[in-house]
Design a protein around this ligand. Structure first.
Ligand SMILES: *[C@@H]1O[C@H](CO)[C@@H](O)[C@H](O)[C@H]1NC(C)=O
Length: 218
């Protein structure tokens, strides 16, 4: 599976014929601080047809080398979700996953053992389905938590995409990266969000957002 993180895709744009259509919200931590956890719930929208719909939460490192993501994939005509590191440097096998029915909630989490060691544990669960993964990414500390709609040859025809109980933890005492509500790429999407709250304890800040709804193209 070849997916491209937002920045990666934009820099590669000129050389890739099959352009993606992007809608995404990006929370970037302050320079020199990194994400240690990113979790929440994603609600699968109604898939209208088989097509290259990639809907995902993901983490991108400061060098923009790739993206560690949980991708809800519409290519087969039924949603499937799995975790993976796209796409190279290092080359890592895509994780296992499971099919997801329309309207179903999927809990996701990404946690790192330490920022220096960079081994990420991922988990996905929905009802009786679950999948876990481990991704060794020691040279790629993550500073961007992203929620994205990435489309190839299809349009945003599936209605709202909802994320709930989103939690981003970073090693910073700064809170504005959270309370500012992130960056809506190119203002391409209409996004409704509950007020983000930031709680600092010691050197870590936890950003909590009860609801983020990608309503429609802007
Ligand atoms: C966050 O952790 C990294 C890795 O230990 C460290 O280099 C960096 O200085 C820390 N940043 C802050 C703001 O504490």
């Amino acid at each position: 599976m070849q997916l491209f993180g937002p920045i990666f895709a934009l820099t590669a744009f000129a050389t890739h014929a099959s352009a993606a259509t992007w809608y995404y919200l990006d929370f970037t931590t302050p320079s020199g601080s990194y994400v240690t956890e990113f979790s929440g719930t994603m609600v699968a929208p109604t898939l209208q047809q088989a097509g290259t719909y990639y809907l995902w939460p993901g983490l991108q490192p400061s060098d923009n080398a790739g993206v560690l993501q949980q991708v809800l994939d519409g290519r087969s005509g039924e949603w499937w979700i799995g975790s993976g590191w796209c796409c190279s440097d290092p080359d890592l096998a895509w994780g296992s996953g499971f099919n997801v029915a329309d309207g179903v909630s999927i809990d996701f989490s990404n946690t790192v053992d330490s920022i220096e060691d960079g081994t990420w544990s991922t988990s996905l669960s929905s009802g009786s389905d679950s999948a876990t993964g481990s991704f060794a990414l020691p040279t790629h500390p993550m500073d961007q938590a992203i929620m994205a709609i990435e489309l190839y040859g299809v349009t945003w025809d599936f209605g709202k995409l909802t994320f709930e109980n989103v939690v981003i933890v970073a090693n910073t005492t700064s809170t504005s990266w959270c309370t500012g509500g992130g960056t809506n790429y190119d203002n391409a999407a209409v996004i409704s969000m509950s007020t983000p709250t930031a709680t600092t304890s010691g050197s870590a800040t936890t950003c909590s957002i009860a609801s983020i709804v990608f309503e429609s193209p802007a």
